[in-house]
Design a binder for this molecule. Structure first.
Ligand SMILES: Nc1ncnc2c1ncn2[C@@H]1O[C@H](COP(=O)(O)OP(=O)(O)OP(=O)(O)O)[C@@H](O)[C@H]1O
Length: 244
């Protein structure tokens, strides 16, 4: 079954500054939806608000059900998973214990850790290793494994590919594409598409907290839409700094 994440009028403020202003978007299952935009555009704020870990106004719907009032743990149990920027692992715990923390949050049996670990076989050889000694790629595989423990319906990926070796990027991209094919609604926030381009089916361009373009084509079409939007943005900035 294809799932869906829908966001309506989503607004995020930090103190007096607005990070996201009334954003509407729909992320259909069966496809990989990208969220592209320069640093500070509001991509992380959007994903965190969808997960419930930053306060927001507006509505979040999961398969048509309003989850806006739910706390992050309840949203996780309802089927929303996140791969956060910065990973947020427990570096002094080993691989198995990091997964066990998520199993408890999701109220899964202990066997869930053993089942989850098979997604990336390299992690099985690291089960008792402290997370702090893993390579960046292994850590990201662990974060993805953790996110997939509850068989999510919606997967929020925040700059998942940043700083990883091409081989790992390819493996993670294949994993993401496979999940989308199974009906998971995947949203992938990236500053630019880069190596993720080949798995992107559609996307949104976000600039200064607002959606400025929606592209139903694949990665290349989204690249063009992004370049166009950033070009327009630069023209605006240049016009603003013209001497009077
Ligand atoms: N915890 C916070 N407190 C105050 N301001 C914040 C906080 N987090 C983000 N911001 C601000 O909100 C705006 C949007 O940031 P956000 O991290 O959502 O953008 P982004 O597109 O994900 O950028 P990046 O690629 O740099 O993570 C920026 O102006 C940022 O400085």
């Amino acid at each position: 079954m294809a799932h869906e994440l829908r966001v309506e009028g989503l607004t995020v403020r930090y103190g007096h500054s607005s990070a996201l202003s009334g954003v509407d978007l729909a992320v259909p299952g069966g496809k990989v939806t990208a969220l592209v935009g320069p640093n500070g555009a509001g991509k992380s704020s959007l994903l965190l608000a969808a997960y419930g870990s930053v306060p927001s106004s507006g509505k979040i719907f999961l398969d048509g059900d309003d989850v806006s009032g739910m706390k992050p743990a309840a949203r996780a149990r309802a089927g929303i998973a996140i791969v956060p920027q910065g990973r947020q692992l427990f570096p002094r715990l080993n691989v198995a214990d990091n997964l066990q923390v998520m199993a408890e949050l999701l109220r899964l049996p202990r066997s869930a850790v053993d089942e989850a670990i098979d997604r990336f076989p390299i992690l099985r050889t690291r089960l008792r290793s402290l997370v702090g000694v893993l390579s960046g790629g292994e850590q990201q595989m662990l974060v993805v494994t953790r996110a997939l423990m509850g068989s999510p319906r919606v997967l929020l990926l925040d700059e998942m590919m940043t700083g990883l070796a091409p081989l790992i990027v390819r493996e993670l991209a294949d994993t993401v594409a496979g999940l989308a094919r199974e009906g998971v609604a995947v949203v992938m926030a990236e500053p630019a598409l880069g190596a993720s381009r080949r798995v992107i089916d559609r996307g949104y361009v976000l600039i200064r907290g607002a959606v400025v373009a929606t592209e139903e084509g694949g990665g290349r079409a989204l690249d063009r839409a992004y370049q166009h939007a950033v070009g327009v943005e630069l023209e605006e900035v240049e016009a603003e700094v013209q001497p009077q």
